[in-house]
Write a protein that binds this ligand. Structure first.
Ligand SMILES: C[S@@+](CC[C@H](N)C(=O)[O-])C[C@H]1O[C@@H](n2cnc3c(N)ncnc32)[C@H](O)[C@@H]1O
Length: 463
């Protein structure tokens, strides 16, 4: 428990930092940790900012003979600022008061000696005890992600504590219930999860929410997926010149400079020059001359370093001449991309920065191999069991299918999170009946348990 609380504490502090003055936080826990977590929340947010301990009461199978069945979770509500927080009281459900009647318009009232006493038509105020059924195994809402929560639960949270257009964040978003509901209720949202499967399932779910609203012809839900801590080398070339230079200078241990056109950073008093992001470019003798002039004029020094992917032969020659004739020393540092998945690189980084071990994933996308077989009229069997994870000890953890691929992956209903019933393992062979014959584009997205993911598109002539 102490380790867990330290882990949680660090994250709660960050969440508090991100929260607006009008914002609220709901922390969903169960009896294992609820009492400890509330104390932490008191410390972090201040006990004055406590709003509610909401009890989510549900009924699931399994009862103990030794104690009352444990059938509730707790949601702790805290405000960033108790004086300025936003809160909209909610109403709904049935009045449970004895003697409640309904008039000819369906309005609730009670008969008293003085006549009818009317009650609010929208139902009673929702209190801090929420009776919401647990998602049943056959629920339409169910996507199969373990720990998935009912949408009705997240709906109350979002409706009570945010307005249209506000930002709702779930930093442990699992199957994506919070962002899906937020999207439906016209809120903006941020969803994070350490599991690549959770991210894939969430992205897919949001695409479906948007499709249901505006149709599959416009599959453009306005969100991006970022895999932080997982870096793809080709993306570096796409950085802007300024971002690339800043990145290289910082990685080299220097401080970026933006004032001078020809000096891009300083390291221990030595001016630095960084070439262009594209790996096809190289430093020329003109670049060397410009840099040599700049360091002399602007920094009154004869020593500088140039960092770039490549150096043209005439650039080297120019540096030699400068050294010989003018006593100016320009060092060349060649940038090199080392494969992140390389064990040697991982060791290099982790020995320098122990904490990075947990932060950086050195992953490769899986090798996806699909075969298809016609098994009947419009009916096909697809098999990805020959696919392999390319990460050490990695195994394929999930497969999603889009049988009507339109350029943006959005899984066909029922094909986002398939598990075999006996062992709960991912299903690698699926069958699908197409609604019509003709040329079809299908896509298959395969994720491994290390966070590797690859989407493969294939064409099928359906008959
Ligand atoms: C209980 S589920 C989340 C349920 C979700 N909030 C909902 O409303 O349906 C917890 C999630 O936290 C994720 N998780 C666990 N440790 C994490 C970490 N350190 N950073 C990000 N996500 C993490 C797990 O992958 C899992 O999907």
């Amino acid at each position: 428990m102490p380790g867990y609380l330290i882990w949680l504490n660090a994250r709660l502090y960050e969440m508090k930092r991100l929260l607006k003055d009008t914002g609220s936080i709901y922390v969903h826990v169960d009896w294992h940790a609820a009492h400890y977590v509330k104390v932490e929340l008191d410390k972090i947010f201040g006990s004055d900012n406590f709003g509610n301990e909401i009890v989510w009461s549900y009924r699931t199978g399994g009862i103990s003979k030794q104690w009352f069945p444990r059938k509730h979770d707790n949601l702790f509500l805290y405000f960033r600022n108790e004086e300025s927080h936003f809160f909209k009281p909610l109403r709904g459900g049935e009045f449970r008061t004895l003697g409640m009647n309904y008039d000819e318009h369906g309005k609730p009232y009670k008969s008293t000696k003085k006549g009818r006493l009317y009650f609010n038509e929208e139902g009673p105020s929702i209190t801090d005890v929420w009776e919401i059924p647990f998602l049943s195994t056959v629920s339409d809402e169910r996507i199969g992600y373990p720990t998935q929560k009912p949408e009705a639960l997240r709906e109350k949270v979002i409706e009570a504590s945010s307005r249209d257009g506000d930002v709702v964040a779930d930093f442990f978003s699992g199957g994506g219930t919070t962002p899906a509901v937020a999207q439906r209720l016209n809120r903006r949202w941020i969803a994070c999860d350490q599991s690549r499967i959770a991210v894939a399932v969430t992205a897919d779910r949001i695409a479906r929410v948007v499709e249901n609203k505006i149709g599959k012809l416009f599959p453009v839900p306005d969100f991006t997926v970022e895999h932080w801590g997982i870096y793809e080398s080709p993306k570096m070339e796409k950085l802007s010149e300024r971002d690339f230079r800043e990145f290289v200078v910082t990685a080299f241990g220097g401080k970026p400079e933006s004032i001078s056109r020809n000096i891009h950073g300083m390291r221990h008093g030595v001016p630095l020059y960084v070439g262009e992001p594209s790996r096809g470019t190289r430093i020329t003798k003109e670049d060397v001359a410009k840099f040599a002039q700049a360091i002399f004029k602007e920094r009154h020094t004869n020593f500088g370093a140039m960092l770039a992917w490549n150096f043209a032969p005439d650039a080297r020659k120019a540096a030699e001449i400068l050294a010989a004739r003018e006593n100016k020393r320009i060092d060349f540092v060649r940038l090199n991309l080392v494969r992140l998945e390389d064990d040697a690189y991982r060791e290099h980084v982790v020995t320098k920065q122990k904490d990075y071990g947990e932060l950086i994933s050195f992953i490769q996308p899986p090798e996806v191999r699909i075969t298809s077989e016609r098994i009947g009229k419009l009916k096909y069997r697809f098999d990805v069991s020959e696919s392999v994870s390319l990460n050490k000890d990695g195994v394929i953890a999930n497969v999603q299918w889009d049988f009507d691929y339109l350029g943006r992956f959005s899984s066909t209903e029922g094909y986002a999170f398939l598990r075999d019933k006996k062992r709960g393992r991912p299903v690698l062979i699926v069958e699908y009946e197409f609604p019509s014959p003709g040329k079809k584009k299908i896509a298959c997205s395969v994720q491994d348990d290390h966070g590797g993911e690859r989407t493969q598109v294939m064409k099928v002539e359906v008959r």
